[in-house]
Ligand binder design. Structure first.
Ligand SMILES: *Cc1c(COP(=O)(O)O)cnc(C)c1O
Length: 397
């Protein structure tokens, strides 16, 4: 891993917000790069001057570009992509479309996102599905051997969060995919934190359904996200909520569902956001995801090492593979206070709430954690300043 190959200077020139503060909250919402924000503003400005429907017709090509960019990012077909307003919406659209019945079992990893868990729990009550937690291996990543032993003919779905919201862990998504495939079980991957941070190839991973959000490592605008649905599932998955974009009325009493993943969309949408998300994905691809991954991982590795040298700090990141999300707590001071003191020195971090990854927090009895989530435009100088401020905050009241 070399740090100097990445053109950090250019990435900072194209990130207008990065001079004002140190933004270590990229897992919450990254700073949009200039081309993304310009696309967003440009489109909205046109709507102001010309009207929403007129601009939609005129900008059909940039709107369509979102699907092409997303398909390139994930290595899938454009017809397998739906535009959504968030990752949670995308996840739920896929999940509630699955024909799960009483007694069906759903295997779920320990790092599952809280929002997904709420939906899963609702269906245990409403439908009578059975939720089965797959234990972690020693390293903290999903125990794929245990996963394999939990599979029987009642298992109708495997859910995995690739990278949890509140931990540096990267789950072995492709290993889970091989198991899911060999048993013909649908596999729903939450790739919310991995899109834009490392390469995510649905063929390599072998997932059938995948959700992602725009505003995190992809550096797109808020209120945007995407859903991937493997073609073979499109024929059997009927969205729980239909509308006349997802299906065409063929008469007063009949409709025909769309054949592509857009059957999971509604007609009305944030058009400026869709265009800008397309630009954000193209922008991420222009850096190259393997290069982004290297850069982000090496910055985070450096930060973890330096944090471990501070008395009273415990780094809580798990897993054999770790990403740009760094989580920790200090024995001396609650994370809330540290976060505030850092914020006063213009350093943005976030807190890991119980609901981010409830199983993980529950299992390891962590207090509230502080999360520093790094992106490629962050620098070693920023890390240094962060550690300096943190050290001072630890001693001061
Ligand atoms: C942030 C996050 C989500 C939810 O994304 P939204 O776009 O806010 O719905 C889902 N899963 C993970 C792992 C996340 O970090």
């Amino acid at each position: 891993m070399t740090m100097n190959k990445f053109n950090v200077e250019r990435s900072r020139c194209e990130t207008r917000g990065c001079g004002n503060h140190i933004h270590f909250n990229n897992a919450g919402a990254s700073l949009m790069p200039a081309p993304v924000c310009d696309a967003l503003h440009g489109y909205t400005k046109q709507e102001e001057m010309e009207g929403g429907y007129e601009v939609m017709n005129k900008q059909a090509e940039p709107l369509e570009n979102f699907y092409r960019a997303a398909a390139k990012l994930l290595n899938c077909g454009t017809d397998e992509i739906a535009f959504c307003d968030s990752a949670s919406r995308a996840w739920a659209s896929a999940f509630y479309a699955l024909p799960l019945r009483a007694g069906d079992r759903v295997l779920v990893g320990n790092a599952e996102y809280g929002s997904n868990l709420v939906a899963l729990l609702q269906q245990t009550k409403r439908v009578g599905i059975e939720l089965v937690r797959v234990p972690d291996a020693e390293s903290g990543q999903i125990d794929t051997a245990a996963l394999e032993t939990l599979i029987d003919n009642r298992v109708m779905l495997i859910c995995l969060t690739h990278i949890p919201s509140g931990n540096g862990l990267v789950n072995p998504a492709a290993e889970v995919g091989r198991i899911a495939r060999s048993h013909g079980i649908p596999y729903l991957l939450d790739a919310c934190q991995s899109l834009g941070q490392l390469p995510v190839d649905v063929e390599e991973i072998g997932c059938d359904l995948l959700c992602g959000t725009g505003r995190k490592y992809l550096r797109g605008p808020r209120g945007t996200g995407l859903l991937y649905v493997r073609k073979q599932w499109l024929e059997t998955l009927e969205p729980a909520l239909l509308n006349h974009h997802a299906a065409t009325l063929t008469g007063a009493n009949a409709y025909q569902l769309r054949g592509d993943a857009r059957r999971f969309e509604f007609w009305e949408r944030n058009c400026a956001g869709q265009v800008a998300l397309g630009v954000a994905i193209d922008y991420a691809l222009s850096w190259g995801l393997p290069a982004v991954e290297d850069r982000v991982k090496s910055l985070a590795k450096q930060l973890r090492q330096q944090l471990r040298d501070i008395n009273g700090i415990q780094v809580t990141d798990r897993g054999r593979e770790q990403c740009g999300i760094v989580t920790f707590f200090a024995e001396q001071k609650p994370a809330e206070q540290l976060q505030q003191q850092l914020f006063q020195q213009r350093i943005h971090t976030s807190l890991v709430d119980f609901s981010a990854n409830p199983f993980l927090v529950d299992q390891y009895h962590w207090p509230k954690l502080l999360r520093a989530s790094l992106h490629y435009y962050n620098t070693l100088e920023e890390l240094e300043y962060f550690l300096e401020v943190l050290n001072t905050a630890l001693i001061r009241n």
